[in-house]
Design a protein. Structure first.
Length: 78
């Protein structure tokens, strides 16, 4: 099982994208899970914003956050 953690540092909050992927011997995906957390600066508490089991969902959200900043989460709430 492979775990990938991506941290995006912002001015007021840090965003952390955690991905878990388990593949078989042929390279096919058996299991995938992604979780996106927000952490306020100076705090150890992380708030879960979104979870996904669709491969590639975390990469798409990561690109949106890097492009639009926290405005990317406005689309999630709608």
């Amino acid at each position: 099982m492979r775990q990938t953690i991506t941290r995006i540092r912002g001015l007021t909050v840090n965003i952390e994208v955690v991905e878990f992927c388990h593949t078989d011997a042929n390279g096919g995906t058996i299991w995938y899970h992604a979780a996106i957390y927000i952490q306020q600066h100076g705090s150890k508490e992380k708030k879960l914003v979104r979870r996904s089991r669709l491969p590639g969902a975390a990469a798409e959200l990561r690109r949106e956050i890097q492009r639009d900043g926290l405005r990317a989460f406005d689309r999630l709430g709608a």
